[in-house]
Design a protein around this ligand. Structure first.
Ligand SMILES: [Zn+2]
Ligand SMILES: [Zn+2]
Length: 175
């Protein structure tokens, strides 16, 4: 898989950071043995003092809304009859079970999203305005900015990576 990356510089010093758009998947291991997939995002980590990859937070309300919408489109009497006739199968049940496990994770989670490099919290979402200025003030006191993407720039080839985490976002080691 080939992806481009974005370069981050600082208005005040010679800091250089790189946002890698790597295909990283997070797998949360719940105490009941279920595994829930999560996503990473690029962020600024003050502990690393660098652009890093962090967990993407899970919003219980958003997940609940997805579950409700699946339930309401499949649990009605007529829908059930139709599904029987048309042989819709149980794919939606699987999807709903996945979401239910994700909701459980979102509800049990106590700590904010972690940096996937140093395991610390908090991390700051990187946001850029139309001029490329970011919302992050560097340790030198000046603001970080994004360098416009060069379409001909070298493209990196990343291997998809799976990171196993516990519900609080620490590296998961099966005991
Ligand atoms: Zn700086
Ligand atoms: Zn960090």
């Amino acid at each position: 898989m080939s992806t481009s990356c974005s370069h981050i510089r600082c208005h005040g010093c010679d800091f250089k950071g790189v946002i890698h758009h790597s295909p990283t998947t997070l797998q949360y291991h719940l105490p009941n043995g279920q595994i829930v997939e999560g996503y990473r995002r690029s962020a600024w980590c003050s502990s690393c003092g660098d652009v890093t990859e962090a967990e993407k937070s899970l919003e219980p309300a958003t997940i609940q809304a997805e579950i409700d919408s699946i339930n309401s489109s499949h649990l009605g009497f007529f829908t059930r009859i139709l599904n029987k006739v048309l042989g819709d199968g149980d794919a939606w049940r699987e999807e709903r079970d996945k979401l239910t496990a994700k909701l459980l994770l979102a509800q049990m989670r106590r700590s904010p999203p972690r940096c996937l490099r140093c395991d610390n919290t908090p991390v700051h979402t990187l946001v850029f305005d139309e001029n490329g200025a970011s919302n992050i003030v560097h340790s030198c006191g000046r603001r970080l900015y994004g360098v416009p993407v060069d379409r001909d720039a070298t493209r990196f080839f990343y291997k998809p990576v799976v990171i196993a985490l516990d519900p609080e976002g620490h590296r998961f080691c099966p005991s």
